[in-house]
Design a protein around this ligand. Structure first.
Ligand code: SF4
Ligand code: SF4
Length: 278
């Protein structure tokens, strides 16, 4: 799994908020802080405060020089994300080559959004194919059709998101229009791509009959969609958002197993396609 940074969407439940920004971001985990104050001593921006033994970091808009992370002995501070070349990535990926051969696995590009740096993504995928690996791209589908086509040349399977039904609902929940996304989905399917439709299910947000009907209709319409995968909401993003200093982050509850199974059965019945829960 190679996580690429940068994403043009702003899904309210994003489970990888550290991937939204294309640049490295500063994360602060207070449970690891020993209160030594070394970070404050090196910070040029006076962004570390200590009041009544509580350490606060104004990291949401810091210039990310990384000095505090380097100085932190407790590893409470870290800069997440680094620049890497295709060669460096492939060297790391190929260290697990024997596992891929054994398991039939391969390389998956995730994010962030791989289409955000599409040319670079295409180079990674191309290199993976040259090394005989199976390739997968997890994508929101939001990117220029030309770049989607470029990537599709080296992609065996697309894990293509379907997050909300209805244009206004999509804009409200994900921050962008879905017109381009649906156009790209249609293009990939018509071009013979292998697609798994991935649908995050967020209780109280998109677990509606109208949305389930929308998922089923979309799955039925596109012959390239071989399977629908429902992804139950999980709360990993909540603590990461706290560590990033993001305020107003969505903090919901996870769906019940029985509810997920009910949604799965309904969508399978309506779409006539295989529906699984990841
Ligand atoms: S990364 Fe931000 S908080 Fe840390 S030392 Fe640099 S400016 Fe200060
Ligand atoms: S350097 Fe690290 S351990 Fe020390 S006060 Fe800062 S965050 Fe806490």
């Amino acid at each position: 799994m190679v996580f690429l940074k940068g994403c043009p969407l702003r899904c309210i439940w994003c489970h990888n908020p550290e991937g939204l920004d294309p640049a490295p971001v500063l994360m602060f985990n207070p449970t690891r802080c020993i209160g030594c104050g070394d970070c404050a001593a090196v910070c040029p921006g006076d962004r570390h405060g200590f009041t009544d033994g509580i350490h606060t970091v104004k990291n949401s808009d810091c210039p990310r020089c990384g000095k505090c992370a380097d100085a932190c002995v407790g590893r409470a501070l870290s800069l997440t994300g680094r620049e890497m070349s295709v060669d460096e990535i492939m060297k790391e990926v190929m260290r697990d080559e024997s596992f891929y051969r054994e398991s039939g696995g391969g390389l998956t590009l995730s994010g962030g959004e791989p289409l955000y740096q599409a040319d670079f993504s295409a180079e990674i995928l191309k290199a993976a194919k040259e090394n005989g690996l199976h390739t997968c791209v997890e994508t929101s589908g939001f990117g220029s059709s030309e770049k989607v086509k470029l990537i599709s040349q080296y992609t065996d399977t697309f894990l293509f998101d379907y997050k909300a039904t209805g244009e206004e609902e999509h804009k409200r929940l994900c921050g962008v229009s879905r017109e381009l996304i649906l156009k790209n989905l249609e293009m990939l399917s018509a071009g013979g791509a292998d697609i798994v439709l991935r649908c995050p299910i967020i209780p109280g947000i998109n677990d509606t009959d109208a949305h389930f009907a929308g998922i089923a209709e979309t799955a039925k319409k596109h012959k390239g969609i071989r399977e629908v995968q429902l992804e139950p909401y999980h709360r990993l993003g909540v603590s990461k958002a706290e560590q990033l200093g993001l305020s107003d982050y969505y903090d919901g509850s996870v769906p019940e197993k029985e509810d997920m199974e009910r949604h799965r059965a309904l969508i399978e019945k309506l779409s006539l396609k295989k529906v699984t829960i990841s």
